[in-house]
Design a protein around this ligand. Structure first.
Ligand code: ATP
Length: 305
């Protein structure tokens, strides 16, 4: 039976190793049904935070809430966790290993077997079920690990770099699987260094640097709302954009111009775009007028600088 999803909140979460503060008063919430990307450079504190949520590392200060109350060991047992140290037994067969892990999580042997076979099917691993883990490629071992996290129909998912080492097809099938869980309300927190992937998959992001949260919110919020920068491709030379008051021509190269709409007012930005379009049409036509959405890597560099 599926475990009931709960919101996970970390409040003032802090971990010190001796004098060194690896995680420093971190606050964020992973809402039910939210796919939250946890990003940050090497050593930012992601793994340490996830370990504290899972109770495998003690908390120096702060707390983890499960819904409205402090999380318990019983709650943590219902979370699907993919640790950084993958922890599979290399010599054991894939199927036996997953059934064993399922039983450790409280499933009966029959229920574990059923759940594992369905997942291996989904992950294109069914025909490898009787191979020892060590005979599988790294990417396939990764899929076994994700099957271990998903087989209990978890109440939440905490996944430490679940996409690393996967080929594009495996990334897509993993993403589809995770979306099935968010669709039933499961909160998912996963760490990743692949910002394009995080941008594509996540509705929320938490950006960590030096153990502190440097930014959080939806990708659109982190980009600062509506895009100000636009690309104009006119039919003829676009030098005339420099003469439109209220906008900044960042670059003009023949018929192509990059323009910024500096105004904070949405109406004013719409009016300026209308004016550019009208002037472009008057001067022979417009092929393109489109927003330039900055890549998440740019936002990331800005907030962690
Ligand atoms: N057991 C430990 N003892 C001492 N320092 C530790 C310990 N575990 C982690 N650290 C330190 O805490 C900091 C945060 O490490 P953590 O593994 O949480 O980072 P991360 O964001 O997961 O990095 P990566 O992306 O490289 O996996 C690092 O400087 C690390 O060396």
């Amino acid at each position: 039976m599926a475990n009931t999803p709960h919101t996970i909140t970390v409040e003032g979460l802090t971990r010190r190793f001796g004098d060194f503060t690896a995680v420093d008063h971190v606050d964020f919430t992973v809402e039910q049904g939210s796919m939250t990307g946890f990003v940050g450079g090497n050593g930012a504190g992601k793994t340490t935070t996830m370990r504290m949520i899972m109770g495998v590392l003690s908390i120096t200060e702060g707390q983890v809430l499960w819904g409205e109350r402090p999380i318990t060991v019983a709650d943590q047992r219902t979370i699907g966790y993919m640790p950084e140290e993958r922890g599979l037994y290399p010599k054991q067969k894939v199927l036996d290993q997953l059934i064993y892990l399922g039983q450790l999580k409280g499933l009966t042997r029959t229920a574990a077997r059923e759940s594992v076979m369905t997942l291996l099917e989904r992950l294109n691993l069914a025909e490898r079920a009787n191979d020892p883990v060590e005979a599988l490629s790294l990417g396939n071992q990764q899929r076994v690990q994700i099957a271990a996290a998903l087989m209990i129909e978890p109440s939440a998912l905490i996944l430490d770099e679940p996409f690393s080492g996967l080929d594009p097809e495996a990334v897509d099938s993993m993403a589809d699987l995770l979306r099935e869980h968010t669709a039933r309300g499961v909160p998912v927190l996963f760490s990743s260094h692949q910002l394009d992937l995080v941008d594509r998959l996540c509705d929320q992001l938490v950006i960590l640097a030096g153990g502190r949260v440097r930014g959080s919110g939806s990708p659109a919020e982190l980009r600062g709302g509506a895009p100000r920068r636009h690309r104009l491709v006119a039919v003829r030379d676009a030098g005339w954009v420099r003469d439109i008051p209220g906008l900044a021509a960042v670059d003009v190269d023949g018929p192509t111009a990059i323009i910024d709409l500096p105004s904070d007012s949405r109406e004013e930005r719409h009016r300026l775009l209308g004016e550019v379009l009208a002037e472009g049409l008057r001067r022979g036509g417009v092929e393109e007028l489109s927003p330039i959405i900055p890549p998440l890597s740019e936002v990331y560099r800005e907030v962690t600088a």
